[in-house]
Write a protein that binds this ligand. Structure first.
Ligand SMILES: [Zn+2]
Length: 162
C-alpha cells in the first residue's frame, strides 16, 4: 500500500491538465477524474481486481489534487519538477565548489570557464538562493556548484571587505 508521496510523478498528467492550467481548470479536471473512479461509481458487481484498481487510481488522483490545489505545495512541486528536468536534460560539465569560481568585479559574478570557451556565471543573488545548476552562456552544458559553509562565509567577507 505504501506509495512514496515524495516521488515526482507527473501530477498534471494524472489529472489530465496542462501544467499551465489555472486553478479553476485543474479543479474541473480533478472533479471529472475523481468521479470516474469514485468508489460509489464502481459497479458493485465488478471483480475485486477492478475495484482495487479503481481505488488505487482514486487515491493517486486525490493525492495529485491535494498537492496541486494548495498554492504552496503546488509551487514546491513545480520547482522540484523543474529542477529534476534540468538535472535530467542538462549534461553536467563539472561539479565544483563555489570556492573554485573566480570573483569577477566587473560583472559582479562568480565565473568559471567552460570547455567551449564560454563561461558559467553565478550572481550574488544565485549564491543567496544557492542555485546549484548553472548553464553555460554559450553551450548547453551545465555546471553544478557546491556550497559549503566556508564559501558562504567568504562571500560575506567579500561583501563587507572593502
Ligand atoms: Zn560551454
Amino acid at each position: 500500500m505504501a506509495s512514496d508521496a515524495g516521488s515526482s510523478q507527473d501530477l498534471y498528467a494524472i489529472l489530465g491538465v496542462h501544467p499551465n492550467a489555472t486553478q479553476e481548470e485543474i479543479k474541473k479536471c480533478y472533479q471529472k477524474k475523481i468521479l470516474q473512479y469514485h468508489p460509489d461509481k464502481i459497479d458493485p458487481h465488478s471483480s475485486a481486481d477492478v475495484k482495487q484498481h479503481a481505488m488505487t487510481i482514486y487515491s493517486v488522483i486525490d493525492k495529485a489534487w491535494q498537492v496541486l490545489s494548495n498554492p504552496t505545495t503546488k509551487k514546491e512541486y513545480d520547482s522540484r519538477v523543474k529542477e529534476e528536468k534540468l538535472n535530467a536534460t542538462l549534461p553536467v560539465y563539472d561539479t565544483v565548489p563555489l570556492d573554485d569560481l573566480d570573483w569577477d568585479e566587473e560583472s559582479d559574478c562568480y565565473c568559471y570557464p567552460c570547455r567551449c570557451g564560454g563561461e558559467y556565471a553565478i550572481t550574488e543573488a544565485d549564491v543567496d538562493e544557492q542555485i546549484e545548476l548553472v548553464c553555460c552562456d554559450t553551450c548547453t552544458l551545465g555546471l553544478r556548484v557546491i556550497y559549503s559553509e566556508e564559501s558562504l562565509t567568504r562571500k560575506s567577507e567579500v561583501d563587507t571587505g572593502s
